[in-house]
Design a binder for this molecule. Structure first.
Ligand code: ADP
Ligand code: MG
Length: 382
């Protein structure tokens, strides 16, 4: 892909790129709806990602093109938050790379010509947006000789998505894209931003981690996601803690909350944080197959306590377990997107077939499958 992209860059910009950078997408193993409660998440980087061929410019301009977008965008590096400029829909995609350039400018980077390519599905919950931001950020830093350590760069990329794109995302996606290592997942404390590497190599344990795209849309996510955040904030305030992460005595907390909905939300967030910590313990102990039970418990909690699952996700987990998978759960905000399934490698194919058959029986669009291999984070590739 790198050579083809460099050649395409030459055609688009009439010169060779100075280099090529690549940043991966991610899957969050466990720790769902914990990030905005100051809790723990455990993502790992995929082998799929966003690649950027780039050349430095010293005229204060960023020009971005993408093989996945029809509109090229040229914009000054100096400028207000992109979201405030009211770009038309066909330019919207460029808010990510231009936003990164505008945020990093304060740290000494400048303009560039960028050609983007990706083998990561967009909007499927695999974080193509952070991959795009992080590949762009690394390219700009290298081109302009600016050194920023990776945890700080993750914060800046997050800031670009928050302030420039106008998306109130947490720190997980950018941290995963920049900090992950092959054969590992990243334990991230969303309060402190501190992270550590946790060994996670399913293939070495005779297992396969499947990402199943349920092909169900996220239409409801916006409103429901905001509502869940508000419920968690309300519960934290009623319990007198800064965030639900600080609930130490779950039974006492549940006893003091009158609203059954808030009780269910608190139960999920508190137990999900415990599941992340338990998973880290299991992975460090090399007990990878046992971690399937954590996935199942997480899914039930997301379905019954946090109430964000959707029919295709429940059917996927159900069919996978019946076909011999060790565990599975919905991933992402909910109401659509993907499910992860942990299966013995020898049974992975049968599990996939069973899931497809379950969809067929219900007349649903067939699911998509991707084998997730924990991979390295963002880097310069040429
Ligand atoms: P996710 O991060 O889960 O894939 P998002 O909605 O956060 O979903 O980000 C997807 C958006 O990121 C796309 O709608 C598009 O604007 C932008 N994007 C991602 N990859 C590319 C790409 N290769 N080319 C152009 N824009 C991209
Ligand atoms: Mg995203």
């Amino acid at each position: 892909m790198t050579e083809g992209l460099a050649a395409a860059f030459g055609e688009a910009f009439g010169r060779a790129p100075d280099g090529v950078w690549r940043a991966p997408g991610r899957v969050n193993l466990i720790g769902e709806h914990t990030d905005y409660n100051d809790g723990f998440v455990l993502p790992f980087a995929l082998s799929r990602g966003v690649t950027v061929a780039a050349a430095r410019r010293d005229d204060g301009v960023v020009e971005v093109r993408s093989r996945q977008a029809s509109t090229a965008v040229t914009a000054p590096v100096d400028g207000p938050p992109v979201v405030s400029e009211g770009w038309p829909a066909e330019r919207a995609w460029a808010a990510y790379p231009v936003g990164v350039a505008r945020v990093l400018r304060e740290h000494g980077t400048g303009g560039a010509s960028l050609l983007i390519d990706s083998d990561l599905p967009q909007g499927a919950g695999l974080s193509s947006s952070a991959a795009l931001e992080c590949a762009t950020a690394l390219a700009l830093c290298d081109l302009h000789g600016v050194e920023i350590d990776r945890p700080a760069l993750a914060r800046l990329a997050q800031r670009a998505e928050n302030e420039q794109v106008g998306m109130p995302c947490g720190l997980m996606d950018q941290s995963a894209s920049l900090l992950c290592k092959a054969g590992h997942a990243l334990m991230l404390d969303c309060r402190s931003g501190l992270s550590s590497q946790v060994p996670f190599d399913p293939a070495a344990a005779g297992l396969t981690l499947l990402v199943v795209d349920t092909r169900a849309s996220h239409a409801l996510t916006g409103g429901e996601y905001g509502r869940r955040r508000a419920e968690c904030e309300e519960a934290a305030s009623l319990l007198g803690v800064d965030a639900l992460r600080d609930v130490k005595d779950l039974a006492a907390a549940l006893g003091s909350l009158k609203d059954p909905v808030l009780r269910r939300r608190v139960q999920h967030v508190v137990t999900e944080n415990h599941r992340v910590e338990a998973t880290v313990g299991l992975l460090r102990a090399g007990a990878l197959p046992e971690f399937g039970a954590m996935l199942n418990a997480s899914h039930l909690s997301l379905r019954d306590q946090f109430e964000v699952s959707w029919p295709e996700a429940d059917a996927t987990v159900d069919a996978a377990l019946r076909a011999g998978a060790r565990g599975g759960r919905m991933v992402g905000g909910g109401f659509g997107g993907s499910v992860i399934v942990l299966a013995p490698a020898a049974r992975a194919e049968r599990v996939g077939e069973a899931i497809t058959a379950a969809y067929e029986k219900r007349g649903w669009t067939p699911p998509g499958f991707l084998e997730a291999v924990p991979s390295d984070g963002a880097r310069r590739v040429s």
